[in-house]
Write a new protein. Structure first.
Lengths: 215, 215
DNA sequence: TAGATTGTTAATCGATTAACAATC
DNA sequence: TAGATTGTTAATCGATTAACAATC
């Protein structure tokens, strides 16, 4: 469907979801069109940057004097970000955070579907969380293979994360989202996104000390 | 304690926690010294970049031929990132994700302490989660004031997020960590970090399609 | 000593912003 | 029409990488 052409930088890609969030709010208020300046002001960005980013994903050009059609822009962003076609994922670690993620139904809006969870804790195995079955970790390989799943989510304690990641890769997982605050050593062709929530909060907390920071 | 001088870019700041995670693992294996090349290879970065980043936070220079003392570097990074002095926070929204965050004891290692949670659901109010009390949202102002809390965490549904953020700001909160996937409109002097987990996963998922992406 | 590694200056690269013609 | 806004080229800015002398 959408193409990631050479013009799409990681910086731009990271801004696209924020545009979408902003546009959803405008659309809810039935604002039919929006200018790059409005978006830029709302998000604290430069209007030219917003226009350039939009130009990379919009299927229809903006109109001088009026701007962009809100709904069109939403549709283009959703399409580009892949929110329209579903991708399956598995989750390992049905503890507090794992269960919270399993319980969040909003992933569906982003084209994401967690089909099953895995754990080694007998208390969790065999039960369901939000309608999703929890299997023993030993079954990871067969489920991933059967459903050709490429996306894995790691919510296990830090000590177990590398071992779970290795199992995922061996099973055929190609991209890993890891909430354990550890560095994973994996083959270079596996995409890894570490989500060190505590470290993120600590960085935010640092901003309290010295309020301005060179972007 | 540590200073954020003008040389510290946001890009560098975001890399520091990953250095620390990597160093923890070396230290656990009792590796006494580490070179910038080793770190760079481990994390997929450029060695010069690592050296420059380290130069901004290290209190002691690296030694040619041997590199940096692992423990010294860990101490400097922890100090710079503020992991040594505790900062209090409050959390609003004791649902699935909120409870998971309340239940995570690792925040302590990052100098973060969630002192209380707030909700409007009578079933949650008056109980404790991981030893932390859950109060009615109406008490937010008094608790934040009494303990001079500057850091707030939002784990409520999207529709309630803006209203909770406004309440936080009115109470005196200066930095907000928001897990609801919405754009918050707040005064410019309030630091806001949105954590749109589903969007993050969707971005990772996109990488499955076209494996290489200009960094 | 020789060689690995640091710290730093200079060069490159990429992303952001400014300037401006086109146009609705 | 006049003016707001787009899309794009050129300029600026900042971050990354290369080059290299210093040194343990």
């Amino acid at each position: 469907m959408q193409e990631q052409n050479s013009e799409m930088s990681k910086a731009t890609l990271n801004r696209l979801p924020s545009y979408l969030r902003y546009l959803y709010q405008l659309d809810k208020k039935n604002v039919p069109t929006v200018s790059s300046t409005t978006i830029a002001n709302g998000l604290g960005l430069n209007p030219v940057q917003v226009r350039k980013d939009i130009a990379l994903v919009a299927s229809v050009a903006g109109k001088p004097k009026t701007g962009y059609a809100t709904k069109d822009l939403i549709a283009d962003l959703e399409g580009y970000l892949g929110y329209n076609n579903t991708r399956d994922a598995v989750l390992v670690g049905a503890g507090g955070l794992g269960r919270a993620i399993l319980g969040y139904d909003g992933f569906r809006n982003y084209g994401l579907n967690i089909v099953a969870a895995f754990d080694v804790n007998e208390d969790a195995i065999g039960k369901e969380v939000n309608g999703k079955p929890v299997y023993h970790l030993d079954n990871l390989d067969s489920v991933v293979n059967r459903f050709k799943i490429q996306l894995g989510i790691i919510c296990v304690p830090s000590v177990a994360a590398q071992s779970v990641a290795d199992k995922m890769v061996k099973a055929g997982i190609r991209a890993i989202w890891c909430f354990a605050p550890v560095h994973l050593s994996l083959p270079p062709d596996i995409a890894v996104k570490g989500e060190d929530l505590a470290a993120s909060l600590a960085l935010l907390s640092m901003q309290l000390k010295t309020s301005s920071l060179s972007e």
